[in-house]
Design a protein around this ligand. Structure first.
Ligand code: HEC
Ligand code: HEC
Ligand code: HEC
Ligand code: HEC
Ligand code: HEC
Ligand code: HEC
Ligand code: HEC
Length: 307
């Protein structure tokens, strides 16, 4: 049957929706989606907890199954019906026994991007060692995710994307759930202690900006281990650095005019990256404030760059 979706707002949205094999449907659809979703939310929301539409439900369990509706509506999937992904088996309550098997992951709907993304994902260790347990949903939350290019700033993309990784890499419970009991979770602060201002880097650069190869798409889904991860300071701390090809790339692809097409210019609107900035004197002035180790490394970079 294919699922239904209204595409408001003119040809550009229709075009991007075509990519997913969607067709424009009747004008009544948004209102109907709202009504369908309101039915689910009559239970799966704060209101459902305080004023349940029926008695005899497992309220403690329901309390763990709430959907933040305003956040959902702002997400990439906010215009969809819950049942587009959840299937009809969740419509009656009690939900049908096999309802869970009907929940769709990403691939059935995003076949075009999945042609590139899935093989990349499968090339990384996450998938290779934890095949059945590690899926697209290990990182992506279908209710909240927003494409980086749609976020107001690149730093918002850093927060969103790094939260996905840190949900496991900073959490023994989730990390060890995938591993043998005797394993240990590598401490992020220890494995990255070679980075000066480590905290600053982990908060202002995406994990995937260092842990994935450069790609034609917004990013590659192949997560690289320590041997291939970016560790050269000049990769970012030099003019025309990697960040324009990675973190800032979605913004550049989707809005080249607005940003003037200059990676460095876009960078400067949000953060000041020593070395990527064109004004060497400000760089040198900034260096005075850094620790001695960082100073030594950075001076070496700057010297190499001016050769
Ligand atoms: C009348 C209240 C009610 C309505 C309406 C409702 N649900 Fe539920 N839902 C629950 C409760 C309670 C649970 C907890 C498990 C159970 O009792 O079946 C649940 C469980 C779930 C789960 C977790 C299931 C699992 O197997 O872990 C999902 C997903 C879900 N509902 C989605 C939906 C969707 C989508 C809709 C709308 C199409 C919806 N629900 C409508 C009450 C409701
Ligand atoms: C783009 C697809 C998609 C849409 C749209 C969607 N969901 Fe989900 N939902 C999922 C997936 C996938 C999961 C399972 C996550 C997992 O198992 O890791 C899920 C899980 C759930 C759960 C279980 C608790 C949880 O958060 O894991 C509930 C309840 C739920 N959805 C309700 C809803 C409601 C209500 C709506 C509409 C307002 C909705 N969903 C819209 C894909 C979607
Ligand atoms: C049932 C089909 C369906 C499922 C399942 C689904 N999506 Fe979507 N997705 C859509 C539709 C339809 C849109 C376009 C919504 C719009 O334009 O309003 C969309 C939008 C997106 C966008 C924004 C695209 C853009 O160019 O604006 C991204 C990114 C995305 N989905 C990723 C995912 C990921 C990752 C998953 C799995 C966690 C997933 N989707 C699951 C149907 C789906
Ligand atoms: C290890 C974590 C991880 C896994 C697993 C993962 N993704 Fe992603 N994905 C990300 C991150 C981080 C982004 C960056 C968000 C952005 O830039 O929009 C992303 C972005 C995306 C996008 C948006 C890219 C764009 O520019 O439109 C799609 C679509 C997507 N993923 C689909 C998938 C699919 C399909 C799978 C499973 C085969 C998957 N992802 C598995 C982390 C992951
Ligand atoms: C669901 C939990 C989970 C999520 C989410 C997750 N990881 Fe992992 N990651 C693991 C586990 C577990 C391992 C250890 C794999 C092994 O050695 O078997 C691992 C291993 C790694 C490794 C070492 C890989 C290698 O080849 O040696 C890197 C790097 C990594 N993750 C980065 C990331 C990044 C970047 C993200 C976000 C885009 C992310 N992870 C998201 C659980 C997770
Ligand atoms: C500036 C680049 C950079 C950033 C940003 C970065 N990493 Fe790393 N990461 C590396 C390098 C290089 C190594 C290898 C260090 C070594 O030689 O042991 C590493 C090591 C790791 C390891 C151990 C890998 C292994 O094979 O043992 C994991 C897991 C990891 N990083 C995950 C993350 C996560 C999660 C984030 C985001 C919170 C992140 N990294 C951010 C460059 C980076
Ligand atoms: C993936 C890109 C990337 C890599 C690789 C990288 N950096 Fe950075 N670095 C940044 C960004 C972005 C900032 C700016 C953070 C902020 O202030 O928002 C930064 C900030 C810094 C700062 C702090 C400057 C200040 O204004 O406080 C120092 C020092 C630094 N980096 C040194 C290094 C050194 C030395 C290396 C190599 C060992 C390195 N960086 C590798 C991206 C990178």
């Amino acid at each position: 049957m294919g699922f239904l979706l209204a595409i408001p707002g003119g040809p550009s949205r229709a075009e991007s929706a075509d990519e997913f094999g969607l067709e424009e449907k009747d004008a009544e659809l948004p209102a109907r989606i709202k009504a369908w979703n309101a039915d689910c939310l009559s239970c799966h929301s704060e209101q459902g907890l305080t004023k349940p539409p029926r008695q005899g439900m497992d309220m403690a369990l329901l309390a763990k199954l709430l959907v933040d509706h305003p956040r959902f509506e702002k997400s990439d999937h906010g215009k969809m019906a819950c049942k587009d992904c959840h299937g009809e088996a969740y419509v009656p309550y009690p939900h049908l026994p096999k309802a869970k098997e009907q929940i769709k992951g990403c691939e059935p709907c995003h076949q075009q991007p999945a042609r590139t993304i899935t093989p990349e994902f499968k090339a990384g260790k996450h998938f290779k060692t934890h095949t059945d347990k590690f899926t697209c949903l290990s990182c992506h939350d279908s209710h909240t995710m927003r494409k980086a290019a749609k976020l107001p700033t690149a730093q918002a993309a850093v927060r969103q994307d790094n939260r996905q990784c840190r949900a496991c890499h900073d959490d023994d419970r989730r990390y060890l759930a995938l591993m043998k009991p005797e394993s240990r979770r590598p401490d992020m602060a220890v494995v990255h202690s070679w980075l000066p201002e480590m905290g600053l880097h982990l908060d202002h650069v995406r994990c995937v900006d260092c842990h994935s190869p450069a790609s034609d798409l917004a990013l590659s889904h192949e997560v690289l281990g320590k041997d291939r991860a970016v560790r050269r300071c000049e990769a970012c701390h030099a003019e025309g650095g990697e960040l324009g090809r990675r973190l800032y790339k979605p913004m550049l692809i989707d809005a080249p005019g607005e940003q003037g097409g200059f990676a460095d210019g876009t960078l400067l609107r949000e953060i000041y990256v020593v070395g990527a900035n064109r004004n060497r004197w400000i760089d040198l002035g900034g260096l005075g404030a850094l620790g001695l180790t960082a100073l030594a490394v950075l001076t070496r970079i700057l010297r190499r760059r001016t050769k």
